[in-house]
Design a protein around this ligand. Structure first.
Ligand code: AMP
Length: 415
């Protein structure tokens, strides 16, 4: 089954086209047919795409909205010069899987979309005003372009964390704010943490109930997750993705009273300050240079830039703090697992984080760590009390498989 995976941001669209079915899932032979990203939707859009076995195509085109972008994408996928033999017309796109950021408390599993499902996602807009509207645009556009008979499935970033116990998801605020307004921690990056926990099970041969790990998704957005018995019991992002680790441009944890103080000092309304916390803080804010960890490491190495070092140290220190907290939460763990752009690719950052964990018996093997770039690997020594792994994430693959499974379940329940 050819499944188009859409991840719609406010002015961007990432996509993959994946061929999967029961046999492919069993054999782990799902086929990536094409992937790409369209940025700056609404103006002169920048498009970067690659078909299976082909070269990268880059172009710029005016695309007015998500509908225009998806329309153009479908045309490109079925173009006569396409190298994808199984895609010849729109009818060959059999289903669509959407990454949806917020599912609130009700949408705790991947969902085959119908009118009620779309309404339920709309009901979560208040909780994710920056993200859910774009996800809904993608759903409506796909329906308009591919027709209502093509099944669409929503996979929620929050869903994996629905197993968090109340003591971990609740803020120590007056309880009625939770009851009345749903003010609680929801967590995000759930599809990534879930995928990594699943791959970890395959790698180690452990049964689900024996998986007790701390997963670290370190990319432009960053989050940690404590996983016990294969399910999330705590995670660092909160009611919004702003809480927790230091990120590319997000501050992560801070004293909320700072908001009032800074608002007064800078004469800035709260909304604008939240923009600073989301878009101008984190690695970018501390270094004053960039949100890209590669560039910070180069600045440190080549120019001994003090604030680049400071940003990196703050980043690593916060990750260590969460590892410590989650090891306590889990009463010990089997492993720590790194994923995300930084976690998968930067041996240096992994080493700097783990360097402060010797007290708990974490011992990285420098050679294994250096070799583990963008691939699954054990990077700790045989004598390390806690194993450390790198496991590249693949949220799109999980979305494709969930999409297939939801449709399969519908067809088999209906008989
Ligand atoms: P993601 O959001 O998961 O795509 O991760 C993006 C981030 O990963 C970028 O902002 C980079 O800072 C970081 N990154 C990617 N490759 C490397 C690398 N080799 N070393 C350090 N950071 C990297």
């Amino acid at each position: 089954m050819n499944i188009l995976i859409l991840n719609c941001g406010s002015s961007s669209l990432k996509f993959q086209l994946i061929d999967t079915d029961l046999a492919r899932i069993d054999a782990d032979t799902d086929l990536l047919l094409a992937r790409g990203v369209i940025e700056r939707i609404g103006s002169q859009s920048l498009i970067s795409l690659i078909r299976q076995g082909g070269a990268v195509t880059k172009l710029a085109l005016p695309l007015r909205d998500h509908r225009g972008a998806i329309e153009w994408l479908c045309q490109w996928l079925i173009a006569p010069d396409s190298d994808i033999p199984t895609i010849n017309s729109r009818a060959d796109i059999h289903a669509v899987g959407h990454r949806v950021v917020h599912g609130g408390e009700k949408l705790t599993q991947s969902l085959l979309l119908d009118t009620a499902g779309i309404k339920a996602i709309e009901d979560c807009i208040e909780l994710a005003p920056l993200h859910n509207p774009a996800n809904l645009d993608g759903i409506r556009a796909a329906t308009a372009i591919l027709g209502p008979s093509v099944p669409q499935v929503a996979v929620f970033d929050t869903a994996f964390h629905a197993t968090m116990p109340e003591k971990n998801f609740l803020y120590a605020l007056p309880y009625q704010y939770y009851r009345r307004y749903g003010v609680r921690r929801y967590g995000f990056h759930g599809t990534s943490h879930r995928f990594v926990a699943y791959r970890y099970r395959l790698l180690t041969g452990l049964a689900r109930q024996d998986v007790r790990i701390v997963t670290l998704h370190l990319g432009n957005g960053c989050s940690a997750c404590a996983i016990d018995g294969g399910v999330s019991v705590d995670t660092s992002m909160g009611m919004t993705p702003l809480e927790g680790l230091v990120m590319g441009t997000r501050s992560g944890d801070l004293d909320p009273a700072i908001l009032e103080y800074l608002s007064h000092k800078e004469g800035m309304p709260l909304e604008q300050l939240l923009g600073v916390l989301n878009k101008q803080s984190g690695l970018l804010g501390v270094s004053g240079l960039t949100n890209d960890m590669r560039e910070l490491l180069a600045e440190e190495r080549d120019h001994k830039d003090r604030r680049s070092t400071l940003a990196i140290e703050l980043f690593c220190g916060r990750v260590r703090r969460y590892i410590g907290a989650y090891l306590a939460e889990l009463n010990g763990a089997n492993s720590i697992v790194f994923t995300g752009g930084i976690g998968e690719n930067s041996a240096e950052i992994r080493a700097r984080i783990c360097d402060g964990l010797r007290w708990i018996g974490v011992e990285l093997d420098p050679a294994l760590n250096a070799q583990a770039i963008g691939r699954e690997a054990l990077i700790s020594t045989a004598s390390s009390r806690l194993a450390v792994y790198v496991i590249p994430t693949n949220e799109e693959l999980l979305i494709a498989r969930d999409t297939f499974r939801c449709i399969w379940a519908r067809d088999h329940e209906a008989v």
